[in-house]
Design a binder for this molecule. Structure first.
Ligand code: FES
Length: 167
């Protein structure tokens, strides 16, 4: 018959393994959580940002709409971020285009006069049609992104940017 008694050596060995394991996990788990937590956070892609732009004031000519994204998280850093959209009406539809150039990311502007009915990027003379389509022969390699749009109490709300659906 085998003895079920635990020897002093075994007891010390189990105790040290238990305490050691607890200390390692107490040290490592916060580090793992710190590294992984931003990845696990939901991005809130369904969020729409209110703007001060009245939908009734929009026309077929693009206007610049500035807005602020409150408490945008970048990893562990939270800050208010200013952003811009070029917005116009096309029939009953509201089009909101991102001003970020698809060449190297400069900001495009609506150039009603100099470049008739085109968006223009001053960095390398990139040009886009009104619907955001890049004009062949100019540096941009794709159309301007679109913002998702929502109307709340007559005011424009902007969501995340998505690939251009107009071209
Ligand atoms: S960044 Fe716009 S054309 Fe180069």
């Amino acid at each position: 018959m085998m003895s079920s008694k635990v020897s002093r050596r075994q007891f010390l060995s189990y105790t040290l393994m238990g305490v050691g394991g607890f200390m390692v996990s107490a040290t490592v788990m916060p580090m793992v959580r710190f590294a992984v937590d931003p990845v696990l956070q939901t991005k809130g892609d369904g969020d729409f940002i209110p703007t001060s732009q009245k939908v009734a004031d929009l026309s077929e000519t693009p206007v610049r709409v500035d807005f602020t994204i409150k408490d945008r998280k970048d990893g562990w850093y939270k800050s208010d971020v200013s952003d811009t959209a070029w917005v116009y009406k096309q029939g009953d539809e509201i089009i909101a285009l991102s001003p970020v150039c698809k060449h190297l990311g400069c900001t495009v502007s609506w150039e009603g006069d100099k470049h008739e009915n085109e968006f223009f990027c001053p960095c390398h003379a990139g040009r886009y049609q009104k619907n955001g389509k890049n004009i062949p022969g100019t540096p941009p390699i794709g159309p301007l992104d679109e913002y998702l749009v929502e109307i709340v109490d007559g005011y424009l709300h902007l969501g995340k940017t998505v690939p251009n659906t107009l071209v």
